[in-house]
Design a protein. Structure first.
Lengths: 218, 207
């Protein structure tokens, strides 16, 4: 399992692997929004939590078609399926590798990008906390979507259509955590619900994703 | 009589709703090789995929020890941006085999080890794909057209690797059109061609 994780991380940082792509995407989104909305501080502060979370969501989506599709194209997915590693573990490791190359860098970079959107001071610790807790769910749900569409040529668009609605609860509670913190309310409840979604996805989706993979590999 | 590593009885497989073959019987014993022959579309790949567990048969039984099949398909599963050594080490780690030295030696890959797989020729890539079989440490090899794009010298290397595998008590089932000079049974799969289609049993909703 560690071998597979190391291979996926190594592939992500090599040419065309897509590491940093999602980070650059989030940077561009946060730079573009003030151009579109105008430089008014209070307006930006109001929409900052939502923009940062929607941006994180979309940049996660950007790299999902690499999670399983490249392994499918070069035949290694079939060989992995016949290896001693159970498919459930394979899917979980793939999701973990995706999180380490997208979710984790996003969590680390988000406070810096939040400055561009004039996020009020109390929001920062909760922005980091909500992203750290919520992005694993994005990777896990996304890997499930990738498993559903793995055999399809140009399945990227269908993947987005399948995955984005499933991201809604994470988005609601993630952005809500930050918004409550900014408004001086208790953000703990939203964060706990967010953690619940993440825990639920990690518990259930590896099995669902491996079942989908079995059907698609047949 | 050698012990049977793999036993296939009365196997029926379908592909895209059509029965490809029916009533296939075959046995691969320790030290034995079965060469599959047959025209395109006669079901060689389907049979090998069913044996590897990637496809469930419609009827019939495939008996073998769990996790004893090493499968190699048309495409090798080498990662273009990883070096040859990294590719092989990954498979060795995954299958729990220690060293890649034996595989490197058997397929003469020493000089290619530090090259990224994308810079290899088709035949060299194939050799890396076949070397993967040696790091899996599994007793039965199920190989689909292993000699495609190999030159004569590499085919000889491959035949030698198969002979060594058989001599160490393994078995192999190989779909191929080239003559490898191996002593073994030849099975023409076209004799099992299905007489009727399954009729109406579509497994895809939209095609």
């Amino acid at each position: 399992m560690i071998g597979l994780l190391m291979r996926d991380l190594r592939l992500a940082v090599r040419a065309g692997g897509g590491f940093g792509l999602s980070l650059a995407f989030l940077l561009i989104v946060t730079v573009l929004v003030p151009f579109g909305v105008g430089p008014s501080g209070p307006t930006l502060a109001l929409i900052a939590p939502g923009i940062l979370w929607v941006g994180a969501l979309l940049s996660c989506l950007l790299s999902l078609d690499r999670v399983l599709a490249t392994d499918w194209e070069d035949g290694s997915l079939e060989l992995l399926a016949t290896s001693p590693l159970p498919l459930e573990a394979l899917v979980a490791v793939k999701a973990l590798a995706h999180w380490l190359t997208t979710g984790l860098p996003l969590t680390i970079a988000a406070p810096i990008l939040a400055v561009l959107l004039n996020l009020p001071g109390p929001g920062y610790p909760w922005l980091i906390a909500s992203l750290a807790v919520g992005t694993p769910a994005l990777s896990m749900i996304g890997t499930f979507g990738a498993a559903l569409t793995v055999g399809l040529k140009r399945g990227g668009l269908l993947l987005s259509l399948l995955v984005l609605p499933l991201y809604v609860p994470t988005l609601i509670f993630g952005a809500d955590t930050v918004r409550r913190a900014v408004e001086g309310l208790a953000p703990g409840t939203s964060l706990v619900l967010l953690a619940g979604i993440t825990a639920g996805s990690i518990a259930v989706l590896p099995f669902a994703a491996s079942a989908a993979l079995r059907v698609n590999l047949r | 009589m050698t012990t049977a590593l793999l036993e296939v009885t009365d196997l029926v497989c379908s592909r895209g709703g059509l029965t490809v073959f029916e009533g296939v019987h075959l046995t691969v014993g320790s030290g034995q090789v079965v060469v599959l022959r047959g025209p395109n579309g006669s079901g060689k790949t389907t049979l090998l995929r069913a044996i590897a567990g990637l496809q469930s048969p419609v009827r019939g039984q495939i008996k073998c020890e769990p996790e004893s099949i090493a499968y190699a398909a048309h495409i090798d599963g080498t990662k273009a941006t990883l070096t040859v050594a990294e590719n092989l080490q990954f498979w060795a780690a995954l299958f729990g085999a220690g060293s890649i030295d034996r595989a490197v030696e058997a397929f003469d890959l020493k000089e290619l080890l530090s090259r990224p797989a994308r810079t290899l020729s088709a035949g060299q890539k194939r050799r890396v794909g076949l070397a993967r079989l040696l790091v899996t440490d599994r007793p039965i090899w199920a190989l689909d057209e292993p000699t495609v794009s190999l030159d004569e010298a590499s085919v000889a290397l491959f035949a030698k690797a198969v002979e060594m595998h058989l001599a160490s008590g393994g078995g192999a089932i190989i779909a191929t059109h080239t003559d490898l000079g191996l002593q073994g049974e030849t099975l023409d799969i076209s004799q099992f061609r299905s007489s009727a289609s399954m009729g109406g049993a579509f497994d895809e909703a939209f095609t």
